[in-house]
Design a protein around this ligand. Structure first.
Ligand SMILES: [Zn+2]
Length: 148
């Protein structure tokens, strides 16, 4: 559809730092900040969990809200398709400096089953779900984040 995001489009159209603020810390497991995170157990979301640690389910409560909304929108938009989270909190330094993943307020999104042709629509649904910054980062995923 016409309002689908285009590859590399950002909503709002500014840097993540300007939209939601750069990350200033890296949350460590069992720290006080870690204890404030929420484990997302939403059965409508597929978590990749390639680390096998459950880290992808850990997120700020502020991030969980639009994610749960988006899971419902994806289920209504397409038959037999679920929202898939490939990364949320990252405790292994797999992202760039000051990544919101380190503060568990950024998530990488695709669909399950994986279908690259759905990403533009998924990006728009993410904007509508209330994420404060949505980035059609590459042809593999949408990155969406929230302020602290
Ligand atoms: Zn990301």
């Amino acid at each position: 559809m016409s309002d689908d995001l285009k590859l590399h489009e950002k909503v709002p159209n500014k840097s993540e730092k300007d939209a939601v603020g750069a990350a200033t810390t890296k949350i460590k497991r069992d720290s006080d900040e870690f204890k404030k995170l929420t484990e997302n157990k939403n059965a409508k979301i597929v978590f990749k969990d390639e680390e096998g640690t459950g880290a992808d389910r850990m997120m700020t409560t502020k991030l969980k809200t639009p994610l749960d909304t988006l899971a419902d929108s994806v289920a209504s938009e397409w038959d037999n398709v679920k929202l898939r989270v490939t990364e949320a909190w990252d405790e292994k330094n797999e992202h760039g400096a000051n990544s919101t993943h380190y503060e568990a307020r950024g998530a990488d999104l695709t669909t399950s089953p994986i279908d690259g042709t759905k990403l533009g629509r998924l990006g728009r649904l993410a904007v509508d779900a209330g994420f404060e910054w949505v980035f059609y980062e590459d042809d593999k995923h949408i990155h969406a984040s929230m302020k602290k």
